[in-house]
Ligand binder design. Structure first.
Ligand code: ADP
Ligand code: ZN
Ligand code: ZN
Length: 669
């Protein structure tokens, strides 16, 4: 009888061993070892026993069979990982150019014992605020659910894209679909961007499905995640609601994946493998014969292009579902004119008038400032220099008028009295972060009750919920915040949304910056007038004629899509083309630059005729934590060619000695 061999990845909690090792499976273990089984193997010169995951079983020996060691045994008390997740890891490794170890770490929760005091039951939240769940779907919603049930019965699994304005009732549609799938004895994964993973959203699912729900978010410890996954595996739960990593829930019979707010940047992983949750969801759904449903008020260009090409099935919800609720009116205020007419405040006269009016009427307002602490850096009025982080290539941000903090590495110093560069005493804070906005709002509206929500005020566990529920209960008149206040919340009392600086994100060094701005503005406007009273959104901008601002003000997605897609086609950016960003980083700036030049020359020599190469250029933030980062961009219509380039570079990279001092990372988009 032919021998069987197990290909093994050694203990995924350690970064350093990153190859696949082959062991012979002894006869008495043949029936017990499968893909995903955790085994003990003799490893290295001393044959120390180490644990590992079986990632493949084969009859083909990779080298001289007489030299292949035997598997020593099974890991006691271990659970076998889902073979489909291991298969998914293989796919992610290939698709995103990571190592197998990185891919496995992403899909498998690393087992750690949970310390008793850390153990937190993520069970049902308090039931206050839960609403009844006996809604009758309207005809537009019902049509989508009917199509879904029919397709589901026929095994037709074309992904759905629901383009529905905020408040059009997408969440109700998802819940009806989930109910259908659960009725078939299968399970569902609901992805929600971390930022929207709050009390309100989760509450609605609890109200409908109760204890069958599990919630997964980034503030859970490794042990807590592990426990959640175990519950899913044992069939103790059948709906997982969570951010990106909820995708890897090992349900025995997954039937549906919902990706809500499909366009969200948070669905893209920052670390290797740099996967996109939408793509992984698509693959995972295929592997499980499950359905994929995506929804957004502002679909990503990627998803909308696929829908136009017939790869996704497109549904549109154009009206708000709540009775008597209609989309907000949007006004654009030209800040250039304000300044020319002598108003130097961050509140235009129109904005002041509207806020005062809401206070008078006892209605609520939300004021939105992109990005925490944006441009609230401190600079010297004598020499003009901003105070920067000594380790990163960014300005420090002013907090509470007392401390300067680096948002990349956490470096912090007290606000100096004099300029570190020239000694001048004329230091001044610039621009407006959310703190500054709060301060100015308090001066302008002294009698208003004001709440602020940003990373500073929500960093403690439960911070989000406390602020949101206080605002929902009407304990404040004005909520000031960053991105996180515009997403996914439903406050019927809000009749005014003010976007204080719409242009901020138009200047980001990123080809998606107009798309991001459009999304933010439309989502923000969608927060006004969710109840019975009509709402107004005011967009303050220095660029009122920009197509991103214009189409957002008109809430005209189609027009935005046409213009933005034209730009992507012209510039060969995704989704018109595919793009591979290859990043080399290291402490030794010269070496990183030198290696990057070698990579560039080698790619140009071998692939120069079939791929557009840009750079190498410094990363948008060149230095972080004393590590220098350079990027080479490659553009091609054909994804496979970019994957070939990635493999070509990686093979040569592994052979060089210098590469040990540097890191290489790939980012496909
Ligand atoms: P979306 O997810 O598209 O933003 P939601 O599902 O949150 O929309 O619905 C917006 C509001 O409308 C919610 O308060 C919801 O309870 C209500 N709603 C949704 N569908 C209906 C319906 N068929 N009838 C009445 N109200 C509805
Ligand atoms: Zn100075
Ligand atoms: Zn720093």
């Amino acid at each position: 009888m032919a021998f069987r061999y197990a290909n093994i990845i050694i203990d995924i909690s350690h970064e350093n061993v990153d190859r696949i090792f082959q062991y012979r499976i002894p006869e008495h273990l043949l029936s017990e070892i499968r893909v995903g089984t955790q085994v003990c193997v003799p490893f290295g010169m001393g044959n120390r026993i180490r644990n590992g995951y079986v990632v493949e079983i084969t009859e083909k020996a990779d080298y001289d069979p007489s030299k292949i060691k035997e598997v020593a045994g099974l890991v006691k008390g271990s659970v076998t990982a889902d073979a489909r997740l291991i298969e998914l890891a293989w796919w992610m490794k290939g698709r995103y150019g990571s190592t197998m170890n990185q891919a496995l770490k992403t899909v498998l929760p690393v087992k750690r014992t949970v310390k008793a005091r850390n153990r937190q039951v993520v069970g049902p939240l308090a039931a206050d605020g839960a609403r009844g769940s006996a809604l009758c779907l309207n005809p537009d919603q019902q049509r989508i659910v009917d199509c879904f049930c029919q397709d589901y019965g026929q095994g037709d699994r074309t992904p759905y894209l629901i383009h529905g304005i905020t408040g059009s009732g997408k969440t109700e549609v998802y819940m009806a679909m989930i109910e259908h799938v659960l009725g078939q004895g299968r399970q569902a994964i609901i992805l929600i961007p971390e930022i929207a993973l709050t009390y309100q959203t989760v509450m609605r699912f609890y109200a409908k499905f109760g204890r069958r729900i599990c919630v997964m978010h980034s503030r859970l410890s490794a042990g807590e995640r592990y426990d959640q996954f175990q519950r899913a595996k044992k069939g103790e739960t059948d709906i997982m609601v969570g951010a990106r990593s909820a995708l890897f829930t090992p349900f025995p019979n997954l039937g549906l994946i919902v990706v809500d707010e499909e366009h969200e940047g948070a669905y893209k992983s920052e670390g290797a493998p740099r996967y996109h949750a939408r793509e992984v969801a698509e693959r995972l759904a295929q592997m499980n014969g499950a359905s994929l449903v995506m929804g957004s008020a502002t679909p990503s260009l990627e998803a909308y292009a696929k829908a136009k090409a017939g790869i996704y099935r497109l549904f549109t919800l154009k009206r708000r579902a709540g009775r008597g609720s209609s989309p907000a009116l949007v006004e654009v205020v030209d800040l250039r004119k304000e300044l020319a007419e002598g108003n130097k405040s961050i509140f235009s006269r129109r904005m002041q008038e509207l806020v005062a009016d809401r206070l008078e009427k006892k209605e609520q307002a939300m004021l939105f400032m992109n990005r925490r602490g944006y441009s609230s850096f401190v600079s010297c009025r004598s020499c003009g220099k901003a105070i920067r982080c000594p380790h990163c290539d960014v300005s420090l941000t002013l907090h509470n008028q007392r401390r300067l903090v680096c948002h990349y590495c956490g470096y912090a110093i007290p606000l100096p009295k004099t300029c570190p560069d020239c000694g001048s005493e004329y230091l001044a804070g610039f621009g407006a972060g959310t703190q500054k906005v709060e301060e100015m709002a308090r001066q302008m509206f002294p009698r208003a009750r004001i709440l602020r929500m940003d990373l500073d005020t929500t960093s403690r566990k439960g911070g989000h919920e406390a602020i949101l529920s206080a605002f929902a209960k009407g304990e404040a008149d004005i909520l000031i915040g960053t991105q996180m206040i515009v997403k996914g919340h439903d406050f019927p009392g809000v009749t005014l949304v003010g976007i204080l600086a719409a242009d901020v994100s138009l200047y980001a060094p990123d080809f998606r910056c107009v798309e991001r701005t459009f999304q933010l503005l439309v989502q923000a406007a969608g927060r006004a007038g969710r109840g019975k009273k009509p709402g107004i959104a005011v967009i303050q901008t220095y660029l009122p004629e920009h197509y991103g601002i214009q189409t957002a003000a008109a809430q005209d997605y189609e027009s935005f899509y046409r213009q933005e897609m034209g730009y992507r086609e012209l510039m060969h950016y995704p989704p018109a083309f595919h793009m591979l960003g290859l990043q080399v980083s290291g402490k030794d700036e010269g070496l990183a630059g030198h290696m990057m030049d070698l990579v560039q020359a080698s790619v140009a020599r071998h692939f120069g005729k079939c791929v557009e190469i840009i750079g190498p250029v410094p990363a948008p933030v060149y230095k972080v934590n004393d590590i220098y980062r350079k990027i080479l961009y490659m553009k091609q219509e054909n994804y496979d060619i970019l994957m070939r380039i990635q493999k070509y570079v990686q093979e040569r990279w592994d052979e060089t000695e210098d590469c040990k001092k540097l890191a290489i990372q790939y980012d496909f988009s």
